[in-house]
Write a protein that binds this ligand. Structure first.
Ligand code: PLP
Length: 409
């Protein structure tokens, strides 16, 4: 974790890089080994100040002042009708599955190339995840194959925004409207991304964000459920508060609180929200740093793509990404395995990503596939993620680039 001491504000630390081909062309002394973690978050003095303020105010339960401020920030910036802070994106997805009234035997269409929580949230309600292939360019749910997966039991579509690049939301919404389905967007990776100029998270019925340590904006563990259909809000509050109407009680709308619905404890301590608020308030500066590193990688690998040694990420024209992941698609599994090992030997923590859910033990047990998943099978073998974080600097990015180039030379 890169910690900014109090005398240098985050904004001073995050001066734009001087992108200089001079720097890029300087070879690293071959004997020098740097240690580059996969993910280096950027934490400022403000996080410490807010956390100590939360402690000294003495209220560490959920839904305190910091949680309210985080929710206001998200509602304003994303333009969703409501935002509820949760203890994880997993929790937000579980809430969404309850809110969507998913019943045993219902089906939910999703990509296989995603994190387990996208599927688990629905399987916990007895539903069947139906895995559909991904697009070769964005690795997001292939919207052209969704209609073929719809049956009389389909209740919802759960797309994700891989690497913070939005799924093809207009097409998915048109399909959902026609078949009366809900869109529950797993936007865990996509805070501050945009689709056709609109913030990701504002377009489906519900969306879930993650503030896990590995994401762009962090609180260690954390998440949010974004709601765009105001009708869902009353029940959402209840589900999040263990199935009680405690939120209404705190607002003085009822004179005692009681068990009224299904629910669990999905809200975090205000201590977590204190840390999160500081991160949200510095989101622009964190994002700026991430974009600079993403772009630096992207330009550095252009010639390798021209020689067909690697394939770089594709960002569709109508999407503004958030620099969540920088990945390369290698020629085959063997090359990826060897490059991972080579980078590791040079102190660089790079990594592959998901084992496709349709080929996992639980995915085979609880889900089914629709159509061929050949793009998923192929790309999941070849994808390699490079270190990226708000706390990373240009010299570290350059070291990673030189590792990849040396290996491929
Ligand atoms: C990170 C991630 C999650 C899980 O987020 P948590 O906050 O750890 O629960 C879910 N889905 C996707 C696509 C993710 O990237």
């Amino acid at each position: 974790m890169v910690y900014i001491p109090s005398q240098s504000p985050a904004s001073a630390y995050t001066q734009p890089f001087a992108f200089s081909t001079d720097i890029a062309s300087q070879p690293f002394p071959s004997q020098e080994i740097l240690h580059i973690p996969f993910n280096q978050p950027l934490i400022s003095q403000r996080e410490m100040e807010y956390v100590s303020e939360a402690v000294s105010k003495g209220n560490l339960t959920g839904d305190g002042a910091f949680t309210q401020r985080c929710q206001a920030w998200l509602t304003t910036k994303i333009g969703c009708s409501n935002a509820l802070i949760t203890h994880s994106c997993t929790a937000a997805l579980e809430m969404a599955a309850i809110l969507a009234d998913i019943q045993p035997g219902d089906e939910v269409i999703m990509p296989s190339y995603t994190f387990v929580s996208t599927a688990n949230a629905f399987v916990l309600r007895g539903a069947v995840p139906v895995f559909v292939d991904i697009r070769p360019d964005t690795l997001n749910l292939d919207e052209t194959q969704v209609e073929a997966a719809i049956t009389g039991k389909t209740k919802a579509i759960a797309p994700i925004d891989y690497a913070g690049v939005s799924c093809e939301m207009d097409t998915l919404k048109a399909i959902a409207d026609e078949h009366n389905l809900m869109i529950i967007e797993d936007a865990a990776q996509a805070i501050m991304s945009r689709y056709k100029g609109k913030p990701v998270g504002s377009l489906g019925h519900m969306a879930a964000l993650s503030f896990h340590q590995t994401k762009n904006i962090i609180s260690g563990e954390g998440g949010a459920l974004l709601i765009n259909d105001p009708v869902l809000m009353e029940r959402a509050e209840i589900i999040r508060e263990k199935g009680t109407n405690r939120s209404k009680f705190f607002r003085g709308e009822v004179d005692k609180y009681t068990w009224v619905d299904l629910g669990s404890s999905y809200l975090p301590s205000d201590l977590i929200s204190a840390l999160l608020l500081a991160q949200l308030e510095q989101a622009e500066c964190i994002q700026q740093r991430r974009h600079e590193i993403w772009q630096y990688y992207h330009e550095a690998f252009a010639d390798l793509e021209a020689y067909q040694q690697v394939q770089r990420p594709t960002i569709p024209e109508n999407c503004q990404h958030n620099a969540h992941i920088y990945y390369l698609l290698m020629q085959d599994l063997e090359t990826r395995t060897d490059l991972l090992a080579y980078l590791k030997s040079r102190g660089v923590q790079s990594t592959f990503h998901y084992v496709p859910l349709h080929s996992s033990p639980a995915g085979r047990k609880y889900g089914r596939t629709s159509g061929s998943l050949k793009v998923t099978d192929d790309l999941s073998d070849r994808l390699l993620r490079l270190p990226l974080g708000g706390g990373m600097d240009l010299r570290e990015a350059e070291y990673v680039i030189s590792g990849v180039r040396t290996f491929l030379a």
